[in-house]
Design a protein around this ligand. Structure first.
Ligand SMILES: [Zn+2]
Ligand SMILES: [Zn+2]
Length: 331
């Protein structure tokens, strides 16, 4: 059901079948020349039907949609982009860094699969789990109709729709080109997956997301903290108010998680695989997870371990083709 959260601005609710997240919340933003849709949902018949139905409910047709603004290219936010483009030729707008993933993930993934296999071995994954972990995100390709953006953003732009004006915030971490949209006058922010009210988004180090993604994520959280915000409109779960409070909770969550991981390293665990399989995650333990969740657990672990290396708390070395972590003298 569509909900009018601000004058003329609707929060839609598009189901994600067979997924614990339940739904994605696209936003329909009115403007002088028509509507802007922020995020769109998986490419499944159920999701498309729900989107169509909700648009009908608020008397908006696909032809009224002039642009599709994508917070990041994960299937639940970008999946229907190609289909919507085909129907109404909306202008598709994505961050530059996300554009680069469209081809390698959704169109020609062969090279990525090869890199993934090498990367899993390096991080201690045993042979028995290799193939399943390597292929874990391939089913997601069916949920995406890829399309190239008509326009890319870098962060720092202002998108003036008339009634609402969005300031574009580049918030890397959950995905390297993740975007949030801030409405200064009306004091609300669309946070995508960056800040959610009760769950924390996956922050991963993997072959397409190297460097220090957890460091990036924490820095992008802190950038939002100082904004004057009354209402937070996320892409999952539900609307909430206290952005600053939630940012602090998330920072604390990662701090606790990092300490748990360092304790496992202190007990002799050396690879990302050792650590990931020793943690009690919010959603269960490693052996109870699907292969997709297992890989997410390993890459989330690596984001924490690399962060600790950058902070000088761990030392990383490569032995026998495997990346190993040890507590540093000061750690
Ligand atoms: Zn996401
Ligand atoms: Zn999402």
């Amino acid at each position: 059901m569509a909900t009018e959260v601000l004058p003329g601005l609707y929060q839609l609710k598009v189901p994600i079948p067979n997924n614990p997240l339940g739904w994605v919340l696209p936003y329909l933003v009115p403007g002088d020349d028509g509507y802007t849709l922020v995020d769109c949902g998986w490419n499944t018949p159920e999701a498309f039907a729900a989107l169509e139905e909700e648009l009908k409910e608020v008397k908006v047709t696909f032809d009224d949609i002039k642009r599709l603004l994508v917070t990041h290219v994960h299937p639940d936010h970008y999946g229907l982009a190609g289909r919507i483009k085909e129907i109404c030729n909306a202008e598709v707008i994505i961050h530059q860094r996300e554009r680069d993933f469209i081809r390698s993930r959704y169109r020609n993934p062969e090279q990525l699969l090869e890199r993934m296999a090498g990367w899993l071995v390096e991080n201690g994954v045993p042979k028995s789990e290799m193939t399943e972990l390597q292929q874990a995100s391939m089913p997601a390709r069916a949920w995406v109709t890829p399309v190239e953006p008509d326009r890319v953003l870098w962060g720092g732009e202002t998108l003036d729709f008339g009634r609402y004006v969005f300031e574009v915030y580049w918030t890397p971490g959950h995905s390297p080109g993740h975007l949030c949209f801030y409405e200064r006058k009306q004091r609300f922010i669309l946070t995508g997956d960056h800040v959610l009210p009760s769950i924390t988004p996956n922050v991963s180090l993997h072959p397409q997301q190297m460097g220090n993604p957890l460091g990036d994520y924490l820095a992008s959280l802190r950038r939002l903290e100082t904004l004057d915000v009354e209402r937070v409109l996320p892409a999952h779960e539900y609307e909430f108010k206290d952005l600053r409070g939630r940012v602090n909770e998330i920072v604390e969550h990662h701090d606790t998680r990092l300490n748990e991981m360092l304790a496992i390293v202190g007990d002799g665990g050396t690879t990302a695989y050792d650590v990931a399989s020793g943690i009690v995650w919010t959603t269960g333990t490693y052996e109870t997870f699907s292969f997709w969740m297992r890989r997410a657990a390993i890459s989330e672990t690596l984001a924490h371990l690399e962060y600790a290396v950058q902070e000088g708390r761990l030392v990383r070395s490569m032995r026998d083709g495997v990346v190993r972590y040890e507590l540093s003298d000061g750690g």
